[in-house]
Design a binder for this molecule. Structure first.
Ligand SMILES: Nc1ncnc2c1ncn2[C@@H]1O[C@H](COP(=O)(O)OP(=O)(O)OP(=O)(O)O)[C@@H](O)[C@H]1O
Ligand SMILES: [Mg+2]
Length: 295
């Protein structure tokens, strides 16, 4: 058998193992077992929702960080989330990605995938990518190597990093990498060491690493914090170019950035939705002015 065939065989085996694993998942104290098994890359959006949260609550030491939160997002939508410090924005992302388990409520990805049945790495495999505020790229590796690695690894899975050292891109993956490089404006820096990039470029590289896995839904927590004005503008362009191809949930405090990219803005406060509408609508809402914008 040629090395290529062996590699392809190993990949198929990996895919089967993942599939088997996803089919018999038990997590969060709930029994898994669907009539319809969720496969990576397949999300049922026939009901017009890629993400659906209903009456979700979580308490930390008696403090309700999320309090009967209900929210949904349409496929291809770019949803902006704003709200005061401590409103529960990051905690909401922790719940969607399986980092935090809610005490009660419903969290669905499409109409058939109950995210509360899955672990954090499984949720990433299902097609939900998350970007934390601080860039976490491999500083010693080049831009190219970071993107290549992202194709094979799941963040947080150390074994994945080692497995991917023995991995070579096929032509489709090579094309994808080239496309992502262009999207994140780093085509000219493909050979640069990631540690030498600017803060903004590192953020774009990390977004690129998420894009390599072709996520259906991308969660971005304060993506332009610490960026220069020019970097912020380019990030706005980047997000607008992703809209439609991916669904995005963007948490930001930078109102001019929100103004550039937003369609619907959801205002979170005390762990629940306070207001929702266009930026102009929520900016005119007395309750929003009082708790957030009027500061
Ligand atoms: N693991 C945890 N243990 C205890 N309290 C927590 C935990 N995670 C979040 N909290 C609390 O829950 C509340 C919501 O925090 P969260 O980080 O979600 O707010 P946020 O809206 O993201 O705020 P910011 O705009 O400052 O990032 C805060 O009061 C925070 O202290
Ligand atoms: Mg936060």
């Amino acid at each position: 058998m040629t090395p290529e065939l062996m590699e392809a065989g190993a990949r198929r085996l990996e895919a089967r193992q993942l599939h088997a694993q996803l089919g018999k998942t038990e997590s969060g104290g709930r029994q898994a077992g669907f009539s319809r098994i969720a496969k990576a890359g397949e999300v049922d959006v026939t009901h017009g929702r890629i993400l659906y949260l209903e009456d979700v609550s979580v308490s930390f030491d008696g403090f309700k960080a999320i309090n009967k939160l209900s929210l949904d997002i349409a496929p291809g939508e770019l949803r902006c989330i704003i709200g005061p410090n401590g409103a529960g924005k990051t905690t909401m992302m922790d719940i969607i990605t399986g980092k935090t388990r809610p005490d009660e409520g419903t969290v669905f990805f499409g109409s058939t995938i109950d995210l509360l049945r899955y672990t954090e790495p499984e949720i990433a495999q299902l097609g939900i990518g998350r970007k934390f505020q601080k860039p976490t790229v491999f500083e010693q590796l080049t831009v190219f190597e970071n993107l290549e690695l992202a194709l094979k690894t799941n963040k947080g899975d150390e074994r994945g990093v080692w497995a991917s050292m023995f991995f070579r891109l096929d032509s489709t993956q090579g094309d994808r990498l080239a496309e992502v490089l262009h999207t994140i404006h780093l085509a000219d820096s493909v050979g640069a060491q990631a540690g030498n990039l600017s803060h903004g470029q590192k953020q774009w590289l990390e977004i690129g690493m998420l894009l390599m896995q072709d996520p259906k839904l991308l969660l971005l927590d304060e993506p332009v914090a610490g960026m220069t004005d020019e970097e912020t503008e380019r990030t706005a362009e980047l997000f607008l170019s992703l809209k439609g191809k991916h669904s995005l949930m963007v948490v930001e405090h930078d109102m001019s950035f929100i103004n550039t990219i937003s369609d619907i803005v959801t205002v979170l406060c005390d762990g629940a939705v306070l207001a929702q509408g266009t930026l102009a609508q929520v900016q005119a809402d007395e309750r929003v002015i009082e708790v957030y914008l009027g500061r």
